[in-house]
Design a protein. Structure first.
Length: 251
């Protein structure tokens, strides 16, 4: 039974993780880090990582980029693998995560669903096949509490599409005003409302035809289950940067 520290344990995703782990024979949530106190969690919850006293096998982080330094310091000091699920990191923070992954095992993905990871692959294939003649527009839709935009998944999809081109296309987030004709770019658009779990559409718009590849998450459980799977998978792995491609070998 592996012992997991859940960072962001009082949040929506943290609660989902703890709920699933209650019935998991292979892993348990032993403690958490959060600024708030969750309901229905029996383990200790700390305000920051320096206070944690439990020995854990892995950290799952569904909090925010604000936790990163504190969390990495703790994981490096104790040689604990980290599953980084939060989104909205800066370029500098992503580079820092890469540096940490030289010393400990780090699993990072902006989306744990099998379907989205398949979509990422299909988007690259479509971009390679359709080439420069099709304009790429990404529309993502999330609940009204989401903090970052565009979503980490939209960025993953844009990166995947862009990997088809030698000369990368810049991202244009939303358009407003007298923007003129569309340039050689990837457009990204964030819709926020109600309790939408997560919708992503990648449109390839050509002359007189549109191909749309899309994914719709119907519950947050799909992400929680993927993160738990990743935590089990990464426990005991050597230092390195891992993602869903390592878990879903057939992708
Ligand atoms: N990778 C994925 O598949 C996936 C799926 C869903 C959500 N997410 C990401 O996970 C993150 C959390 O999502 P959520 O919907 O649960 O958000 P949420 O706001 O409901 O929960 C975040 C929790 O983290 C805590 N927190 C934030 N900053 C902190 C800090 N500095 N120290 C301690 N605790 C802190 C908050 O108090 C809160 O309880 C977001 O970045 C979201 O984009 C990723």
């Amino acid at each position: 039974m592996i012992k997991i520290l859940v960072c962001g344990v009082a949040g929506h995703m943290g609660k989902n993780i703890c709920e699933l782990l209650k019935n998991d024979a292979g892993a348990e949530a032993v403690c958490g880090v959060d600024l708030h106190t969750p309901e229905n969690f029996s383990g200790n919850v700390y305000k920051n990582f320096s206070e944690v006293s439990e020995k854990v096998d892995a950290v799952i982080d569904f909090s925010s980029p604000a936790c990163l330094n504190d969390e990495m310091e703790y994981c490096l000091k104790n040689n604990i693998p980290a599953v980084i699920a939060a989104t909205g990191y800066t370029k500098e923070q992503l580079a820092y995560i890469g540096e940490c992954a030289k010393k400990i095992a780090v699993f990072r993905t902006a989306n744990f669903s099998v379907g989205v990871n398949l979509l990422v692959k299909l988007v690259k294939e479509a971009a390679e096949f359709l080439g420069e003649n099709f304009d790429i527009e990404i529309v993502e839709k999330h609940h009204n509490l989401k903090k970052d935009a565009p979503s980490g998944t939209a960025l993953m999809l844009a990166e995947s599409a862009n990997s088809a081109f030698d000369e990368k296309k810049p991202y244009v987030c939303g358009r407003e005003g007298n923007v003129g004709a569309r340039g050689r770019e990837i457009g990204m658009h964030a819709v926020r409302g109600g309790t939408i779990v997560g919708e992503h559409e990648v449109m390839f718009c050509g002359e007189d035809e549109i191909i749309t590849l899309a994914h719709s998450a119907r519950s947050k459980k799909v992400f929680a289950a993927g993160a738990i799977r990743a935590a089990k998978w990464i426990t005991g792995k050597p230092a390195g940067m891992y993602d869903m491609k390592d878990v879903l070998k057939n992708l």
